[in-house]
Design a protein around this ligand. Sequence first.
Ligand code: FAD
Ligand code: NAI
Length: 471
Amino acid sequence: YATSEEKDMVIIGGGVAGYVAAIKAAQLGLKVSCIEKRGTLGGTCLNVGCIPSKALLNNSHLYHTVLHDTAGRGIEVGDVKLNLAKMMSSKEDSVTGLTKGVEFLFNKNGVEYIKGAASFTGEHDLKIELNDGGERTISGKNIIIATGSEAMPFPGLEVDEKRIITSTGALSLDKVPEHLVVIGGGIIGLEMGSVWSRLGAKVTVVEFQERIGGPGMDVELAKDSLKFLKKQKINFKMSTKVMSGDASGDKIKLELEAAKGGKQETLEADVVLLAIGRKPYTGGLGLENIGIEPDEKGRLVIDSEYRTKIPHIRVIGDCTFGPMLAHKAEEEAVAVAEYIVNGHGHVNYGTIPSVMYTHPEVAWVGQTEEQLKEDGVTYNVGNFKFSANSRAKTNLDTEGYVKILADKETDRILGAHIIGPNAGEMIAEATLAIEYGASSEDIARTCHAHPTLAEAFKEAAMSAYGQPIHQ
Ligand code: FAD
Ligand code: NAI
């Protein structure tokens, strides 16, 4: 089957899934090529996802704090101005630094980086349309598809990334919109809604469900997160469906309807952000040439070792099953390289944390109360509020709490749900605890530095174990 050069592993897509698999496989001794058409490595996450969104979340939070939250801290500031262009260029600097960093790692590990779009011409063979013009062919003993995902479209509202935007446009607006309407109160809607609200836009989130946060967030935290975001003056239209939109006039007009039917209204917006979910991206891969068909949700079907029905073609990351998260893609990337080289790999899908980087942050891992009830598992709840945590008090940042769910019989931690400052960092401790099968007593008896926010995690564990001190 060798039409040209043959590699041990050819990876399509240089996102988190693809680039990590490339580095890992090279470290395990394989000859690896990674094909990426974007022009830069790092995929959605580094270029138009995790990284730029967190840069804007961090700096918009700082701006908002300086504007509204300095007086009580004894800091008097003068004229505070937003320089949006500078905020955007600082975001770009973070992105470029990291995407170049991946290129450096490719060089260091001897991974060949091919800039172009790949499609299958045979089960081992790919044609690459090179970004610089021209074509090339390559064949791989193993081929990894890691082509990621894209925003779900909304019928009737055509994305121009200026007025009708996806998260990509929301990361690069050149002025603060007067009224930003966000369709979908999931993670993207709430993170990007927070950014633009802090920078001065009126923001209205229209959410079909009764709750925000998308699937997976514990209901109690979803309710409290809604409460905190409303306090920040983000408007919500809950249990409301956007039926249609018209962007032909000066203002974009959206027709809304109560989710259960009945009440209708029109909402006018300057910019509309579509944030109703993402779907696998496999366009242009030529899958029809090798007889692989995505399932009804567009996902490529795999077995427990990431193999498609053609065993040397494997799939990882957003374009297959599981949560669309960068760290999930990364775990799969390491595992797939290990399966190929060593015959065994491992990802624990029960310990993949989720973080929503709003303020306060919301983070969780393991099971929710709803899941435990559904499975008939009896559990203890340990809870500790940040308003009783010394570090949160010194920081004047006390919204939220830690909730730990532990098995009633064994005390083993089954889930941890945190809403509060730095929840996204603290969830690592919970993840490690669950991974190692820790009980809440194990955490309660582990010394935590004082004064830290992490003590709230220890106190919640003490409460689950029935022996709180500061409560
Ligand atoms: P991708 O990163 O999408 O990479 C796939 C790559 O394949 C792309 O670069 C694409 O150009 C390339 N490609 C596709 N087809 C071809 C082809 N035929 N030939 C060559 N190249 C091709 N996750 C988190 O864990 N934390 C976060 O904070 C977070 N924030 C996010 C914020 C936003 C706004 C968005 C949109 C997503 C966010 N995510 C976050 C999700 C995260 O970005 C994805 O889970 C992650 O990027 C998936 O990695 P991947 O490698 O599977 O796919
Ligand atoms: P999502 O699935 O999280 O949320 C979409 C929301 O839109 C749901 O609440 C849904 O009920 C609602 N919705 C759907 N159709 C609607 C309609 N017609 N009208 C009103 N509401 C409607 O999807 P989202 O926010 O687009 O994010 C996609 C994925 O990107 C996430 O699930 C996550 O995997 C990833 N991501 C992760 C981040 C993180 O880890 N911090 C940040 C951003 C994205």
